[in-house]
Design a protein around this ligand. Structure first.
Ligand code: MG
Length: 399
């Protein structure tokens, strides 16, 4: 049931835009037919299947931005806590707009399940390693492989047997794949936009990590509050509002209040602008959404330019800051060393991964093995593969 916002009834979109959560609907179709559940809808079941997946639990051991440095703080986000924050935002967006909240939640819960260890540095290293073999790493496509085949928890089918809407959303929530380049994805209607529930996930993700990475970056003392205030208008505007509301509060509390206001402002703007886009294009149904001239989930131009400026600040001062270079270099070394060793001698792989070498080739089987690992697991594998003396070991763990 959609939340009816008294102050903003115009946020509710035409009801026929929402994905219909019913076992007989095409969006709820599963690759392997299953009887309907007596009291749970298809998308609610998908939420539960993702929550119970082993790959979902491994998100707890994969850091977002920080790898070793993150381990020094009890409070920096893992991909699991980030995922739960995205799910919270996605539920709010879907409910307020009158969309299907369980579908939005399932898509948020699964959106990062395909990420390898060591954050984006790990993804880049894995992609580079695969390119030598004419392949590449794409976390959306890897997520699809996890939910359609790697998870083995059900006797009746491989994978999680998720609904079409969730599988389509995994593929299309953040980018458009061209049909000629990806014939293997033909069933996902590559010429059409996904439902709005999926379109909103990419921006819910952006909003979640923009605010969270500011907080974690400050906590790690890589970002400086005065620089954030001076160079990120989106943050400074929220900080000024927080100071007006709580003039006696200290800078730490004002920072939390500012981040909360910033997140709220971004979510509210996303709802409003999406509703404006829907109205201005006369969108009334899901079919209209699919064939619209552009994606409809958008921030307003003014907020979008502020969001881009904030993201650029995070790239310059956090993600690609000189202080992070050692972590990125370490991620590259670990992934390249293990990838090389295991592709040269697949007999070193665990039996279930060895079994995939004949069909997939060693590079793909090794990449899939590495991509599933947590940061801790791959560190241990690397240390086993590259024994060091105690002095080197201590040094490697603190660099
Ligand atoms: Mg994410």
């Amino acid at each position: 049931m959609a939340i009816r916002l008294v102050e903003n009834p115009s946020l509710l979109l035409p009801p026929a835009i929402a994905a219909v959560d019913h076992p007989l609907e095409a969006l709820a179709a599963r690759a392997y037919a299953e009887p309907p559940h007596p009291y749970r809808t298809p998308f609610a079941r998908d939420c539960a299947r993702v929550l119970h997946a082993r790959a979902f639990r491994r998100l707890a051991g994969k850091t977002q931005v920080f790898t070793r440095r993150g381990a020094e703080s009890d409070h920096s986000r893992s991909r699991l806590t980030h995922t739960l924050e995205v799910a919270q935002i996605a539920r709010t967006l879907a409910s307020a707009l009158g969309l299907n909240a369980p579908l939005a939640e399932a898509l948020a819960l699964v959106h990062d399940i395909g990420h390898p260890p060591f954050g984006h540095a790990g993804e880049k290293a894995l992609d580079t390693a695969l390119r030598v073999h004419g392949l590449g790493f794409d976390h959306n496509l890897h997520a699809l492989r996890i939910v359609t085949s790697f998870e083995q928890r059900y006797a009746a089918f491989p994978g999680l047997n998720l609904t079409f809407a969730v599988r389509e959303g995994i593929v299309k929530h953040s980018r458009d794949y061209s049909a000629p380049d990806h014939p293997e994805l033909a069933e996902f209607l590559l010429g059409e936009f996904p439902p709005l529930e999926a379109q909103l996930i990419d921006l819910a993700d952006e909003i979640a990590y923009l605010t969270a990475d500011m907080e974690d970056g400050l906590e790690a003392e890589i970002l400086k509050l005065d620089e954030l205030r001076a160079e990120v208008p989106l943050f400074e505007e929220s900080f000024a509002l927080a100071r007006d509301a709580f003039p006696a509060a200290g800078s730490r509390m004002l920072t939390f209040e500012a981040l909360k206001r910033m997140l709220n402002a971004l979510v509210t703007d996303l709802m409003r602008e999406t509703a404006i886009q829907v109205r201005s294009l006369g969108i009334e149904t899901l079919a209209h959404v699919r064939h619209a001239p552009r994606r409809l989930a958008q921030l307003s131009p003014a907020i979008e330019s502020r969001r881009k400026a904030a993201k650029q600040f995070l790239y310059d001062r956090l993600y690609e800051a000189p202080v992070m270079a050692a972590e990125h270099a370490h991620a590259e070394e670990v992934i390249h060393t293990l990838f090389r060793a295991w592709t040269q001698d697949p007999a070193l792989l665990p039996p279930d991964h060895q079994a995939r070498v004949a069909a997939e080739g060693a590079p793909q089987a090794v990449a899939d093995y590495i991509a599933g690992m947590t940061d801790t697991y791959i560190e241990q594998a690397w240390l086993r593969h590259t024994p060091r003396n105690p002095g080197q070991l201590a040094n490697s763990l603190t660099c």
